[in-house]
Design a protein around this ligand. Structure first.
Ligand SMILES: Cc1cc2nc3c(=O)[nH]c(=O)nc-3n(C[C@H](O)[C@H](O)[C@H](O)COP(=O)(O)OP(=O)(O)OC[C@H]3O[C@@H](n4cnc5c(N)ncnc54)[C@H](O)[C@@H]3O)c2cc1C
Length: 379
């Protein structure tokens, strides 16, 4: 809840964006100060990671997958330290599968025809993934509970103002002013080209941000009226060259029993270029292609669907190659840190957590390291 502050109040930290990265920084700083403003353009905190009510229970807002890598374990240990609970439960070493020539086979790569968004999909094709005690939607809920400052929803930051290489204040919704000693931007990096004054980013950097290819994530969450499969493998469905169906990835959840009926959720995603996000024809065709892929692999999966949800996530991928100082601040604005997941080489959930960790450390704060003795809780 936000306290009533005078118009010339100066926050220690203004965090712009309450997604995973912004919330992690907000929660990590909270034991040290509550003079923090957490600004969010929408009504709700959580960004991409929110709980969604589904007939099979609460699910993530779209497919979520965490590969078993050293970086992922490091990032989740940071999260565990902030939350004080165990997040990692174990390792699932079911390799990804694909459907080809009438049967399921191990997925071994895209061969000579990788999709243009290969790097985004490749993330999901790792042979092992982490099994989680807490899903990403619960991370953001628990991080928010640990936040002690002022949460300001419906506060769209429309401009940064700078003086002598320092940010001094921001404009909210084109009208209100908010002052702070330090600013941490956790929105889309591409937007910095619009939000920063001309002399703060430089013409070349702006050009780079605008020219980069950004990808929109297109997701389909399905609730099937029966169990389709008991496979926990990531499915990489790649169509055929004849019908030019682009690849998509997806996963089935364990079956859910509702009054003697068994339901099953599955979550799928692919990418389209950000520029065509508003083109409803492209979106509809791409979703149709995902469904066609699923039907080819599981002919009865789409019969009597209980529910389907479509999630369009613009600017989900692509970073615009923004050059940052080693402490993750902007070279030309020394008190403006860039906290977006896309600013971290790991990107995605892991990038969001690692970027938050880097910034918290750069600001001189330490989060305790007690992961091995943490309790587990269910949310
Ligand atoms: C459908 C889907 C599936 C995904 N699957 C996976 C997966 O399997 N594995 C994985 O690792 N990652 C996955 N991701 C990506 C991962 O969720 C994100 O990379 C990560 O959550 C990004 O966190 P973030 O804090 O950087 O950004 P976000 O969660 O996008 O949060 C940014 C927040 O900033 C706010 N904001 C932006 N600009 C402003 C402004 N100017 N003023 C005020 N507020 C602003 C936004 O409203 C938003 O709430 C997926 C994402 C989606 C959408």
């Amino acid at each position: 809840m936000a306290q009533k502050r005078s118009a010339n109040h100066i926050y220690d930290y203004a965090i712009i964006g309450s997604g995973l990265c912004g919330l992690s920084i907000a929660a990590a700083l909270s034991p040290f100060t509550n003079n923090i403003a957490l600004l969010e353009s929408s009504d709700l905190f959580g960004g991409a990671n929110r709980p969604i009510k589904f007939p099979t229970g609460i699910v993530n807002n779209g497919l979520r997958f965490v590969p078993n890598t050293e970086s992922a374990i490091k990032a989740l240990n940071f999260l565990e330290d902030m939350l004080g609970v165990k997040v990692i439960n174990g390792i699932n070493d079911t390799p990804p599968i694909t459907y080809n020539a009438g049967s399921f086979k191990p997925f071994v790569g895209f061969g000579e025809n990788p999709p243009p968004f290969y790097e985004e999909l490749n993330y999901f094709t790792s042979n092992q993934h982490l099994v989680l005690n807490l899903e990403p939607y619960a991370w953001t809920q628990l991080l928010f509970e640990r936040f002690q400052g002022d949460f300001l929803p419906r506060s769209y930051v429309t401009k940064f103002h700078t003086s002598d290489s320092k940010a001094t204040h921001i404009t909210i919704n084109g009208a209100k002013t908010l002052n702070a000693h330090n600013f941490i931007f956790c929105g889309s990096i591409k937007d910095l080209a619009l939000l920063l004054p001309d002399d703060s980013l430089g013409a070349r950097a702006k050009q780079k941000l605008n020219k980069n290819i950004y990808w929109t994530g297109l997701s389909l969450d399905l609730c099937h009226s029966h169990e389709v499969t008991n496979s926990s493998a990531v499915h990489v469905l790649n169509g055929t060259t004849e019908d030019e169906i682009g690849p998509c990835v997806g996963k089935f959840s364990p079956s859910f029993f509702d009054q003697e009926k068994s339901l099953q959720a599955s979550q799928w995603m692919t990418f389209i270029e950000e520029e065509v996000t508003e083109d409803s024809e492209v979106v509809a065709t791409t979703l149709k292609k995902i469904k066609r892929q699923i039907k080819r692999a599981y002919p009865e999966a789409l019969e009597s669907l209980v529910l389907e949800r479509i999630i369009v996530s613009p600017l989900l991928a692509g970073n615009g190659e923004l050059k940052l100082n080693s402490n993750q601040s902007l070279p030309s604005v020394e008190n403006l840190w860039i906290g977006s997941a896309a600013a971290n080489p790991q990107k995605n959930l892991i990038g969001g957590l690692l970027q938050a960790h880097l910034i918290v450390a750069a600001l001189g704060f330490e989060v305790g390291t007690t992961a091995s003795v943490l309790p587990t809780i269910e949310v």
